[in-house]
Design a protein around this ligand. Structure first.
Ligand code: GRF
Length: 207
């Protein structure tokens, strides 16, 4: 049985698209069971529906960028209803809190467009350019109460060039995001990820 994914999105949905494409082509041992968004106009919702995947807007009931209270319960209930094994945050623009995190302990991942622990938070690519780093990248990590600070699963590195704009650097990083998010999901689906002392270990083929 493929691993059942619940993907939380707020916008464009290119990471969601990459995950759906790889699952449909059998490149990962997972399938998208449901897509949930806090934004009724998220393009990600259209992408999923077009491909026959259940996708819903669920009112976050909060003007602050957090998922708490009754809305948090609503998200959990729908994820449970779809028997989700792994929750993937893919451009979900809200901080998730204790309840949903403990419900999906070590079963929730996020993708962030920087080499964590550098440049947490919003506009990570812009932060990297402003700092003047020579290399940037993307990180897939497990979600804990420490925002953008959970144990790292996979990272990818890209060069930063002097004439890069935020847009150019973001698209270079995004190509890597699409690759490593699916890879991390596949490792989880194949039960190859172990957490020990706050770090992720990837089991070898025969390990
Ligand atoms: C990505 O850069 C991701 O790393 C960040 O938000 C962006 C979402 O892009 N968390 P998309 O909606 O997947 O196209």
């Amino acid at each position: 049985m493929p691993c059942r994914l619940g993907v939380l999105v707020s916008g464009r949905g290119s990471n969601l698209q990459a995950i759906i494409d790889k699952s449909k082509f059998g490149e990962i041992d997972a399938e998208v069971a449901v897509v949930l968004s806090d934004n009724p106009n998220a393009h990600a919702l259209q992408r999923a529906k077009k491909l026959g995947i259940e996708a819903h807007y669920i009112d976050p009931e909060n003007t602050k960028p957090v998922l708490i209270g009754k809305a948090e319960d609503n998200y959990i209930n729908v994820l449970k209803k779809h028997n989700v094994d792994l929750v993937c945050l893919a451009g979900f623009m809200r901080v998730v809190k204790e309840k949903i995190i403990s419900e999906y302990k070590w079963k929730m991942m996020n993708i962030h467009p920087s080499l964590l622990p550098s440049f947490k938070g919003l506009r990570a690519q812009k932060q990297a350019l402003n700092y003047g780093v020579r290399f940037a990248g993307a990180t897939v990590h497990f979600v804990t109460g420490n925002v953008d600070g959970g144990p790292i699963i996979l990272q990818a590195v890209v060069p930063v060039y002097q004439d890069d704009t935020e847009e150019i650097l973001s698209s270079r990083i995004l190509r890597e995001e699409h690759r490593i998010y699916s890879e991390a999901i596949d490792l989880f689906a194949k039960n190859k990820l172990k957490i020990k002392e706050g770090k992720v270990f990837i089991k070898e083929k025969n390990g």
